[in-house]
Write a protein that binds this ligand. Structure first.
Ligand SMILES: NC(=O)c1ccc[n+]([C@@H]2O[C@H](COP(=O)([O-])OP(=O)(O)OC[C@H]3O[C@@H](n4cnc5c(N)ncnc54)[C@H](OP(=O)(O)O)[C@@H]3O)[C@@H](O)[C@H]2O)c1
Length: 282
């Protein structure tokens, strides 16, 4: 299978590194549907992965100050790429985000389902939800929503690196995505040309406390941090808007026979591999 990846960023490069010669990572700046179509016609892929996004530097709060750039990157460009894929008859897997959901879902188990309507407030989350609303109407398109990627490769976008550097951390419960598992699921979704929305999160919930406890066990026993509440995050000026915390169900992955490892198992394995990488990088 040949995969064309749009989005030469964190996730695009992680996927390219795993898929090797099966994937081409586009470096073209997409401004029109024709830009995307030319790349598709040049590389003739079996599937396209859209990992383009405007995620904000140093974090998503940037997006609230730059709404136009954010909407273009997260809503307009995905529609342009989808349009090129529709014209050329190529399957598209678009990367969505679970941060379109804030708080508990309106179900007894409080878990958000793929068909639930988002309730986003910040610009980044709204722009991602807007793309989901549009793209989910199209045939031959899959949307893979991920949450807080946790990776055995150290790096600034990895939740392990982020949480271990913060002196004050909120202790909340969330769905999360182990990157190794995510890359495998993306591939399966593309091979199946699976359409509609998928929650690419590992089964179970994780507290930030669980991650940092494993960090102390495998990486740095001397690590310390202060615990704060979600409300403290904005009250202390550590973020301009509250972050999305939620738990998502992955019913549609199960329907397609796609299984991700339960989070306790996947998190421990990832932290062990992360610790090995850290030691070999020294
Ligand atoms: N990482 C996460 O925590 C996370 C969580 C949930 C969902 N996601 C979604 O996953 C996707 C990938 O995220 P990521 O973490 O890999 O983000 P990233 O590292 O910021 O990569 C996004 C890439 O898209 C590129 N890009 C933006 N506009 C473009 C355009 N018009 N044409 C071509 N390239 C363009 C950016 O290039 P420049 O840097 O040159 O602008 C950047 O290389 C995004 O859609 C994001 O919303 C990420």
């Amino acid at each position: 299978m040949k995969i064309l990846i749009f989005g030469n960023g964190y996730i695009g490069n992680r996927c390219k590194n795993v898929w090797g010669d099966d994937a081409v990572l586009s470096t073209v700046q997409i401004k029109t549907a024709n830009d995307a179509r030319q790349e598709i016609e040049l590389h003739r892929p079996d599937a396209v992965l859209n990992a383009i996004g405007v995620t904000g530097v140093p974090n998503v709060d940037w997006c609230d100050e730059h709404p136009h750039e954010t909407i273009v990157g997260n809503t307009v460009v995905p529609i342009l790429i989808a349009s090129a894929c529709q014209d050329t008859g190529v399957y598209l897997l678009h990367m969505g985000s679970g941060c379109i959901f804030y708080g508990d879902a309106p179900h007894e188990d409080k878990m958000w389902r793929e068909h639930d309507f988002g309730n986003p407030i910040p610009t980044y989350s709204r722009s991602k939800w807007a793309a989901d609303l549009a793209l989910s109407t199209l045939p031959n398109v899959g949307i893979a929503r991920i949450r807080m990627p946790i990776d055995h490769e150290p790096g600034g976008r990895n939740l392990i690196d982020k949480l271990s550097k913060y002196p004050k951390v909120i202790d909340v419960e969330n769905s999360v995505t182990i990157v190794e598992d995510m890359i495998d699921v993306f591939r399966q979704l593309m091979e199946k040309k699976a359409t509609g929305i998928f929650h690419v999160v590992n089964p179970g919930v994780m507290r930030h406390r669980d991650l940092l406890s494993l960090y102390r066990e495998y990486v740095d026993p001397s690590h310390t941090n202060e615990w704060i509440t979600n409300d403290d995050l904005t009250a202390l000026g550590l973020a301009s808007k509250g972050r999305s915390n939620n738990v998502m169900a992955s019913d549609r992955l199960s329907e397609h026979g796609i299984v991700m490892r339960p989070i306790p198992e996947a998190l421990r394995d990832t932290m062990q591999k992360y610790a090995q990488k850290k030691r070999s990088d020294v």
